[in-house]
Design a protein around this ligand. Structure first.
Ligand code: ADP
Ligand code: MG
Length: 207
């Protein structure tokens, strides 16, 4: 279930993961970007965590708003505003809801992804975080149509995100800094798709 407590555990786990994976994510970004993706996310989620501890949100919508604002405020790179928009848009789905499951999570991802698209204008296959997020959403929708439990749907969703993440390796980047490299972006895994797969894997352990 998505509750204030499970969102807190998820977000605090993400802070731990992004700090542990800081070098790895920044190394991926060094190959096709400017090498700051891990540093950006570790700093962003450190800020989310400290904001949460300072002013614990009372409901799910305020929690997503807090996450969004902290990311936008503290991350200089494009991933901050993009993930910030994801949480802002996705969080609107949760207004007046306090215990939610698969149907709402599908809506959160759907609206969150739409926010990323609106802001960054990337499409599927452009070698961005969307190449992990779209397959994750599709896997959730498929799981729902097959009547799977929320837990099974979450597992299918992060596995699809990991496949999507690996499938970015042969892609040519069309958006973000990696696109400046043209053909030379081919053969490298996208850092944003990697951090998105981590985000969804962590969610599957707490919801
Ligand atoms: P910056 O590129 O500003 O240094 P980061 O390194 O934190 O920011 O994030 C890079 C990641 O952001 C990329 O790997 C990609 O997944 C994602 N990204 C960049 N531009 C876009 C975009 N227009 N739409 C979606 N995702 C994008
Ligand atoms: Mg970067």
């Amino acid at each position: 279930m998505i509750t204030i407590e499970s969102v807190k555990n998820w977000i605090f786990d993400l802070d731990k993961i992004y700090n542990e994976q800081k070098l790895y994510l920044s190394e991926l970004d060094s190959a096709i970007g400017d090498g700051d993706h891990g540093v950006n996310l570790a700093r962003g989620f450190d800020t989310v965590k400290s904001q949460w501890e300072k002013t614990p949100p009372a409901d799910l919508a305020s929690a997503f708003k807090l996450i969004s604002m902290a990311l936008i405020k503290s991350v200089g790179g494009s991933a901050g505003p993009l993930y910030g928009t994801f949480f802002m848009r996705g969080g609107l789905v949760l207004a007046n809801k306090n215990e939610t499951g698969l149907d709402e999570w599908i809506e959160v991802l759907d609206k969150g992804i739409a926010g990323i698209v609106m802001m960054g204008k990337a499409q599927k296959g452009d070698k961005t975080m969307l190449d992990a997020l779209y397959p994750a959403l599709e896997a959730l929708q498929k799981a729902k149509s097959e009547g799977k439990t929320f837990a099974d749907a979450l597992k299918a969703s992060f596995e699809a995100a990991e496949t999507g993440m690996k499938d970015t390796i042969p892609l040519l980047a069309k958006k973000g800094r990696a696109s400046y490299l043209g053909e030379r972006s081919i053969g490298h895994q996208d850092p944003g798709a990697t951090s998105s797969a981590m985000l969804l894997k962590s969610a599957s352990q707490f919801f």
